[in-house]
Design a protein around this ligand. Structure first.
Ligand code: FAD
Length: 278
């Protein structure tokens, strides 16, 4: 329950949704796009946010699509994490989205909400960050398609009034050899200490990480070090740890030193397993 009155809109197409946002903003209101609603409801209860209108995106057909067609996988932003976990098109995405929260929560959490929300982990983005994914966005100026690698820098850089419609993954990325490891303090439903997702493309490793720093990231500099087979896995892990884009998180779940040691250990395991497998 949201503890105050607000307007709730359920547009049935993209133009209606973006038009509504623009109209409400012009009227001086504070509209917010609404997907699974879990974060919005929690934050309104805690009085962290106080939107006066919500625009539910779930009736827009493009946001609920999940299909492999031709050479690409199209994933609507309102696809739930449970559906992502169950799909077989993109196994690394199933693996990395399927370990977020518990099943009851995953039934409501959407991919768009996970990526666009305020919580810093955004683990569902990991597999997408290393899969040459494109984003389809809609806003008052119309629609645009932008590579995820350009749009995501600590968070999705959406323009005011813009929303995420779809993510498009090239078909040749879907069945690449992959690896993932999530570390938690207490158990599965914890936030991650570090969560690493890796894809091997034409023999080259590409890694994305959540939980380690204040935001998820993929770094081509780190990839380069990880692919330097002239160095032992331990040395590569050490060098990778010197290239992190921000300070390592330290909180009640784990100190920075502890997180970093776990991550380096995971990198060594990953390198041994992927390279050992040939
Ligand atoms: C119990 C619990 C445990 C969790 N554990 C984890 C975890 O371990 N790891 C992790 O990564 N996350 C975790 N989360 C975070 C969760 O993924 C986010 O809070 C996410 O925002 C919730 O998705 P939603 O669909 O309910 O979003 P909503 O509450 O509907 O929206 C959240 C925000 O995203 C915006 N938004 C939603 N969809 C779009 C869109 N298509 N385009 C633009 N903006 C949009 C909304 O405007 C709002 O600002 C957890 C959440 C809960 C409730």
């Amino acid at each position: 329950m949201i503890p105050f009155d607000l307007e709730f809109y359920v547009p049935e197409n993209i133009e209606e949704a973006s038009g509504l946002f623009a109209k409400l903003a012009d009227e001086g209101k504070e509209p917010l796009y609404y997907a699974g609603g879990t974060e919005i409801i929690t934050f309104t209860r805690q009085q962290i946010i106080k939107p006066d209108s919500l625009i539910d995106l779930k009736k827009i057909p493009e946001t609920t699509t999940l299909k492999l067609e031709g050479e690409k996988l199209t994933i609507g932003s309102n696809i739930t994490l449970t559906t992502l976990q169950g799909q077989e098109y993109f196994p690394l995405l199933a693996l990395t989205a399927g370990v977020i929260a518990d099943r009851t929560v995953r039934n409501r959490l959407t991919l768009g909400g996970n990526i666009c929300g305020k919580l810093p982990y955004r683990e569902a983005i990991l597999a997408l960050l290393i899969a040459d994914t494109k984003t389809v966005l809609a806003g008052t100026e119309g629609m645009r398609t932008v590579p995820l690698s350009e749009l995501f820098e600590k968070r999705l850089k959406l323009k005011k009034g813009e929303f995420l419609v779809q993510l498009i993954v090239p078909g040749d990325q879907l069945k690449n050899k992959s690896w993932a490891k999530r570390r938690e303090k207490h158990g599965r439903v914890d936030y991650p200490l570090c969560h690493t997702a890796v894809m091997q493309k034409k023999g080259l490793i590409s890694a994305a990480v959540s939980g380690l720093c204040a935001f998820p990231f993929h770094s081509s500099q780190i990839d380069e070090v990880l692919n330097d087979t002239s160095l032992a896995p331990e040395k590569r892990a050490e060098k990778a740890s010197e290239l992190l884009p921000a300070a390592v998180r330290s909180d009640e779940l784990g100190s920075a030193d502890y997180r970093l040691e776990l991550w380096k250990k995971d990198l060594v395991t990953m390198l041994s397993e992927l390279e050992g497998a040939g």
